[in-house]
Design a protein around this ligand. Structure first.
Ligand code: P6P
Length: 332
């Protein structure tokens, strides 16, 4: 039986199920090819002189790694001529990228964090690319305003994780599928279909060095897990924190867990740590499509109406029952 490649999957989603349009299929194919190119660039590391800082800061005031800039360029160059996009927005660019007039324009808006977790690049820990697709509102110019839509309006979201293998995880709004890059043929092959996140878990992910800044509900929730069998949860828990959202989320998609980057006294002024448009929203869409939940502690992430393109938001996502438990502590 012929392998279910990403191309075949997308053709069948378009032709047989009418889940996606021709242009959206093209968009996803182009993004997947860009992720392949990023995977190759990352894999060369020091050998290609692509590690270390680019000597510039991004809109977030964060030092840009050479690979942040390279990955951003790869995604822009791959997408701008295809005729499927009205515009693009990236963590690495202050303003949306307007499609040059010499190219045709399409109906979709593509948002991405080209290389999430890039602080891990120089220490050879898994990083990833996160992307989200919206439709440009009818008759609206693809400026910042056109992008400011709640995550529930996404038509597609996905991420590539560059780890021992390069994986592409994708949702079109009808479940989550995982594709593994077959480097020999240079194509993505489906290796997990309709992924489901276990509703319960014994594993949590949080940067515990921020404990003194946490709000009471988060402090209570984490302390109960640290108390283990003899505590109120009556179970022992494990902790993981890769400090690369894509790696942490992929572990949770694979075996359950709860990921927390909650609001705290250190990040309150800026609204949180993670960005809503190209980190929280795509990951929340994927997690919900796999039977998990995603909240900012008080609101469903996908319901939040963004005010700014680079807006930050608290993120609690993963195994449904644990996310709901922590949300209930916030409501208490
Ligand atoms: P901290 C990476 O910089 C990132 O945006 C996410 O990928 C990751 O989850 C988080 O920040 C790590 O933050 O404060 O633990 O370094």
């Amino acid at each position: 039986m012929a392998q279910m490649t990403l191309s075949r999957f997308l053709i069948e989603e378009q032709r047989d199920k009418n889940v996606i349009s021709h242009d959206l299929r093209l968009l996803i194919e182009v993004v997947s090819r860009a992720c392949k190119a990023i995977s190759i660039a990352i894999g060369k590391g020091s050998l290609a002189g692509v590690l270390g800082s680019a000597g510039s800061d991004n809109i977030q005031g964060e030092v840009q790694k050479k690979l942040d800039v390279i990955s951003n360029e790869i995604l822009l160059d791959a997408n701008e001529w295809g005729g499927h996009l009205a515009g693009m927005a990236s963590e690495e660019m202050e303003l949306p990228h307007v499609i040059p007039n010499r190219y045709p324009k399409g109906e979709y808006l593509l948002l991405f964090d080209p290389l999430d977790g890039s602080s891990n690049i120089d220490v050879n820990v898994s990083v990833g690319t996160i992307f989200s697709v919206l439709q440009c509102p009818e008759g609206m110019e693809p400026g910042e305003q056109a992008f400011l839509q709640p995550g529930a309006r996404q038509v597609c979201a996905g991420y590539a994780v560059y780890g021992p293998t390069t994986l592409l995880v994708l949702t079109l709004g009808d479940g989550v599928n995982v594709f593994t890059l077959d480097r020999e043929y240079g194509r993505f092959v489906m290796t997990q279909e309709n992924v489901r996140i276990p509703e319960d878990t014994r594993e949590f992910a949080i940067n515990a060095s921020n404990a003194r800044y946490w709000e009471p509900p988060v402090k209570r929730y984490v302390d109960e897990m640290l108390a283990g069998k003899d505590g109120p949860r009556g179970e022992d828990f494990n902790m993981r924190w890769v400090a690369s959202m894509v790696a942490d989320v992929h572990r949770i998609l694979s075996r359950g867990g709860i990921f927390m980057y909650p609001i705290d006294s250190k990040t309150r002024a800026q609204g949180g740590k993670l960005r809503i448009m190209y980190e929280a929203n795509p990951m929340a869409f994927i997690v919900e499509q796999a039977g998990g939940a995603a909240t900012d502690g008080r609101r469903r992430i996908l319901d939040i109406q963004p005010e700014k393109l680079h807006q930050r938001v608290p993120v609690i996502l993963g195994s449904k029952n644990e996310v709901e438990r922590l949300a209930s502590y916030h409501a208490a």
